[in-house]
Design a protein. Structure first.
Length: 278
């Protein structure tokens, strides 16, 4: 039987043994460049977003703001350019507060109270294939500098006259940005309240005091409770008849009694003072 073994059988047996060894070698060899390893995917053929090197890659995405510059407190809207089916979308920035997503691929936010400068706005999320989504935009925040307050006009005082006698009327006018005004003076017997026209002008009438003396008095003007001006006002007391005690009594030695008349105590006509009406 052994001698009946032919050369063809020997060759066939050698080929089968050699073929088994070749198949085992091929299974242990690395995959050709550009191909995916079976471990990179799932049983259904889908992948987890990793490349042949095992590193995650970012899917294409974009973020657009409605304004490139805004003040604190302003509303800014944004639009996201992401693939359909993307999830876990989020927009964040130090310059934004109260970020809200709207239907579709948009949203709104309020510019936070931050210092003036440029701030980054970041979009993150997950694509429909599980890949990471990422995009950025820039927002310039301008300082919300309040408008300068207008310089209030200075308060002014005006009197219709700077002279008066007891009982005279004096029109007082004060112009001011304050909410109240009045004047004080001893020439007017104290404080004089003024009435406002609602447009910054206060007016009133002062009366020169009956017991005022001739001389100069200060008229002090107040606005908002503070004195802002003082002007000089002159007065003249009315001159009346000379008091009786100013007339010197007649010297008794000058008294003479006319003959045939009753002594009345009168001096002769030539001895009476010329200014006397006795």
């Amino acid at each position: 039987m052994r001698k009946a073994l032919t050369l063809s059988a020997i060759v066939l047996a050698s080929s089968m043994a050699l073929g088994g060894a070749t198949t085992a070698f091929a299974a242990d060899a690395p995959a050709p460049a550009g191909s995916s390893s079976p471990t990179d995917g799932h049983a259904d053929g889908t992948t987890d977003g990793t490349a042949s090197g095992g590193h995650a890659h970012a899917a294409a995405a974009g973020l657009t703001l409605s304004a490139s510059s805004a003040k604190p407190g302003a509303s800014v809207s944004f639009q996201m350019d992401v693939p359909d089916g993307s999830t876990h979308l989020s927009v964040s920035s130090k310059a934004l507060a109260d970020v809200k997503m709207t239907e579709g691929r948009g949203g709104t936010a309020v510019v936070a109270d931050v210092k003036e400068g440029d701030y980054g706005v970041s979009l993150t999320g997950t694509g429909p294939d599980g890949a990471r989504l990422q995009a950025t935009a820039r927002l310039h925040v301008t300082a919300d500098t309040p408008a300068p307050k207008p310089t209030p006009r200075p308060s002014t005082l005006n009197l219709s006259t700077d002279f008066g006698r007891p009982g005279d009327k004096v029109v007082v006018t004060v112009k001011t940005a304050e909410k109240n005004a009045f004047v004080k003076s001893d020439a007017f017997g104290g404080q004089v309240n003024l009435r406002s026209d609602g447009k910054g002008t206060f007016t009133g009438t002062a009366t020169v005091a009956k017991d005022v003396k001739s001389g100069y008095y200060g008229v002090h003007a107040f606005a908002g409770g503070r004195e802002f001006d003082v002007v000089k006002f002159s007065t003249e007391a009315k001159a009346g008849p000379a008091p009786h005690h100013d007339v010197k009594p007649l010297d008794p030695s000058l008294h003479k009694t006319p003959k045939g008349s009753v002594n009345t105590g009168q001096a002769p006509a030539g001895l009476l003072p010329e200014t006397s009406n006795a």
